[in-house]
Structure formats: structure tokens, C-alpha cells
Write a protein that binds this ligand. Structure first.
Ligand SMILES: CC(C)(COP(=O)(O)OP(=O)(O)OC[C@H]1O[C@@H](n2cnc3c(N)ncnc32)[C@H](O)[C@@H]1OP(=O)(O)O)[C@@H](O)C(=O)NCCC(=O)NCCS
Length: 268
């Protein structure tokens, strides 16, 4: 049988291995994220251990890269090869994840609003749009046009003892900061008095900060300044999630929009 229908009911799901890098590297560009394909080292160390493949015999049809947090599973990539789409491989990969959810109660991901097949698939498994996300880029000179943080606001590397408080204060899923630390992210925080009012998980390899959350635009400026010693470039890429004030301030400062996505989530 020709075309995707030949895959019907023959798709197997298996764990990815380091040797699957060529298949991953061929599929990754289908995400159209504008990001360079992760290198073999990153694949082997960080991605492959949390990736499953949809296969028919030796042929890799697609992959799902996910991260287990405390009560949540974050779907990072889901890709099916163009010639194998609409034959159930995407649904099978998500079905595998649901069957292996462990203690997770919710799943979440980011998707481009115009990605009709993906949004339809995620809705069909019970996810809904929770908020929008914008990947933005601002030079540090542009950051200096933001409102100045009040005296007493300090930023810098966050003490791991404050991870849980930061997650609670800034609405992040429990365990996300610990996961980021284990994945070699730089964890930057902003403290105002006794409270955590800003948090960025900066990936020097990407480079970019996601999440990047702050209570006010002034706190966001402090967060950018705290991140700066770890950034080699003159500007910072960061993701704003549903935060109208930070979006408005960033665009007023001349931010370049790199990508717009929806954050979808639902019970797993
Ligand atoms: C999104 C993607 C992973 C879906 O994989 P897939 O294997 O083709 O999806 P499935 O065959 O399992 O489809 C499952 C459901 O998704 C929805 N769907 C899939 N393709 C669709 C399309 N072209 N139009 C509308 N709905 C679609 C349908 O609800 C479908 O169920 P149905 O076939 O019973 O109607 C695939 O299109 C893809 O790799 N796209 C490029 C990469 C990408 O955008 N990934 C998502 C990033 S967030």
C-alpha cells in the first residue's frame, strides 16, 4: 500500500538512543522553530534520554521529546515525517506518553497559533490554550530604557533553597527549576525584600531565557541585568508568557519578535 495508510496499526513506540541522532536531525527542522538543530552532544546528553520514537521496523516516522516535572509533563517537541502524517503516529506518541504518565497530572506545551494540525491534535487529547507566549529579543541598551527597579531590588544567581518559593511566586510548575539546574541552565532570580519577584532559566547553549517571569517591567529589567553576566551577546532572547505589561514594555523598547506561540495544557 502506498502513502501514510500503509503505517496504520503498525507503528511501534520505542525509546530513543544516541545512535538515532540522524533521524532526529532530519525531523527537527520540521518544527520550523528557526533554531539550529541541536548538536549530537546535546541530543545524547539531554534529549535522547527523554525521547521516544514512532517506528515501523527500522524506519523512524516521528519523535516525541518530553520532560517530566513534578505534577506535569512538558512536551518539548513532537514531529512526524511529512510522508507519514495523518496516519496516527502523532496520536500514538502522545498515547504512549499518557500511558507512561507516572505521577503527572497535567501535560503542557507550546505551539504556533497557525499550526492547525498540531492544535487540532492537542485539543483532541484534552488540551486547551492557557496563554500566549512571545519569544523576543532586546539589546541590553534597550533594556536600560525600562523603568528602573526600586532600591532594595537585587538580582543574581538564585539560591537553590529559593527554587520552590520562586516557582510558587511566579506560577511555574513544581520541579521546573530543579530540572533546569540538572540541564545546565543558569538560574537567575530577582529578590524584592523577602520575596522572589523575577526568575529566568537561561540556556547558554541556545542562548535564551525561558521561562522569563517578572512581577513588573522594572523587575524584568533587574532580571535582564542579572542574566547579563552569563550572556556572551549584546542582546537577550527571552520568552514572555501572557504578561501584557512586559509585552507592551518590550515592544515599546523596540523588541524584535522571534516567534509567537500558544501555551496549551490539560489533564493527562
Ligand atoms: C502535528 C503533527 C505532529 C501531527 O502528527 P500526525 O501523525 O500527522 O497526527 P495524527 O495522524 O496522529 O493525527 C491525530 C489528529 O490530529 C488532528 N490532525 C492531524 N493532522 C491534521 C490536519 N492536517 N488537519 C486537521 N487536523 C489534523 C486530527 O484531529 C487527527 O485525528 P484524525 O486523523 O482522527 O482526524 C504533524 O503534523 C507534524 O509533525 N507537524 C510538523 C511539526 C509540528 O508542527 N509539530 C508540532 C509542534 S508543537
Amino acid at each position: 500500500m502506498r502513502g501514510p495508510a500503509r503505517y496504520l496499526q503498525t507503528v511501534d513506540i520505542r525509546a530513543a538512543e544516541a545512535d538515532d541522532y540522524p533521524a532526529f536531525a532530519a525531523l527537527f527542522p520540521e518544527l520550523e522553530s528557526g533554531d539550529p538543530t541541536p548538536k549530537l552532544q546535546k541530543w545524547s546528553d539531554e534529549i535522547a534520554p527523554q525521547t521516544v520514537l514512532a517506528v515501523v521496523g527500522q524506519e523512524v516516522l516521528g519523535y516525541l521529546f518530553y520532560q517530566r516535572l513534578h505534577d506535569d509533563i512538558y512536551v518539548r517537541h513532537l514531529v512526524v515525517a511529512p510522508g507519514a502524517r495523518r496516519a496516527g503516529a502523532g496520536r500514538a506518541l502522545l498515547g504512549w506518553l499518557r500511558a507512561h504518565k507516572g505521577r503527572a497530572r497535567r501535560w503542557r506545551l507550546n505551539v504556533k497559533p497557525g499550526n492547525v494540525p498540531a492544535v487540532a491534535l492537542y485539543r483532541s487529547v484534552g488540551m486547551e490554550v492557557a496563554h500566549w507566549s512571545l519569544a523576543l529579543r532586546l539589546s541590553f541598551e534597550q533594556w536600560s530604557t525600562f523603568p528602573e527597579p526600586a532600591r532594595g531590588v537585587v538580582s543574581g544567581l538564585l539560591d537553590p533553597e529559593l527554587d520552590a518559593a520562586a516557582e510558587r511566586a511566579l506560577g511555574l510548575p513544581e520541579g521546573q527549576v530543579a530540572h533546569a539546574r540538572a540541564s545546565r541552565r543558569v538560574v537567575v532570580g530577582v529578590i524584592d525584600g523577602a520575596e522572589v519577584v523575577g526568575l529566568a532559566l537561561f540556556d547558554p547553549g541556545f542562548p535564551g531565557a525561558f521561562p522569563f517571569r517578572a512581577r513588573t517591567p522594572a523587575h524584568a529589567r533587574a532580571l535582564a541585568e542579572g542574566t547579563r553576566p552569563h550572556v556572551r551577546e549584546d542582546d537577550l532572547q527571552f520568552v514572555v508568557e501572557g504578561d501584557e505589561a512586559l509585552r507592551a514594555a518590550s515592544l515599546a523598547a523596540g523588541a524584535v519578535i522571534r516567534m509567537e506561540t500558544w501555551h496549551m495544557e490539560g489533564p493527562i
